[in-house]
Ligand binder design. Sequence first.
Ligand code: PYC
Length: 308
Amino acid sequence: MHVIDSHTGGMPTRVILEGSPDLGSGPLSARAKTLSAEHADFCNSVLLEPRGQAGMVAALLVEPVDPECVTGVIYFDADAVLGMCGHGTIGLAVTLARMGRISQGIHKIETPAGVVTVELHDANTVSVTNIESRRIHHQATVDVEGVGAVTGDMAYGGNWFFIADAPFEVTTANIPALTDLSVAIRDACIRAGLTGPEGQPVDHVILSGASPNAAALRRNFVLCPDNEYDRSPCGTGSSAFVSCLAAAGQLAEGEEIVLESVIGSSYRLSYRPGPTGGVIPRITGQAHIMAETTLVFDQNDPFKAGIV
Ligand code: PYC
């Protein structure tokens, strides 16, 4: 299996160029469901140790339905198939440029959540115009085991986020505590039945804190479905965050802000109004290629499907 690995603000993306299971030719959302339901071994073998690494997200290239798109892509982490992935799309654009498949300019990419556009500025810098994002629930309170009541917003940015203020500093030293708290909050959201309009459960949690960097509005810790934290500021999470700022009247159309990850990497963000009352976020960040690799799957390897 031929893969190209990059990282976006420290968060790894593994683009799978060949060697994927046959997912058919239907809508990408249906192909994503098939991948999730029928190919867990494939997903594990690519992302889990010993071949993969903690936090890594895979970007499986597939034929798009929309002929205007340069490619289709299905993202997954070690636990779940994702609707969209912002850091992954920045990494994918830089990877496609390295392969000579795109040049500087604007290109469309199809994801299970919808068509997004990427603008490649140079070999490393990409702006993603995401799908329409929106605040779903304002100031919902959930009862978190061992903590008590936690109040926050639920928002959609291509994945489903619960967003609350961090009760302590968002620093690398606090990553274990931030992870534990976020997992407990996600469990509480699921127990409370806090969902999107079609019953979509919260799959990511953002704990938002102050940044020591005057240029950044917030420093956000983001928990992913595999219980790893996003090393980047999380493209879909930042989109959800921006939708909440917009809904609260705290960010004007076109105004640019900087959001940081817990490790201090950053995205620039702005939005324009969406067609159905949400926002269309624009996320600018940088990715760097790390490796071009052929993964080998030895039939006699006892850990062929990863260390589960
Ligand atoms: O950047 O959207 C993102 C993302 C989702 C999960 C990990 N990164």
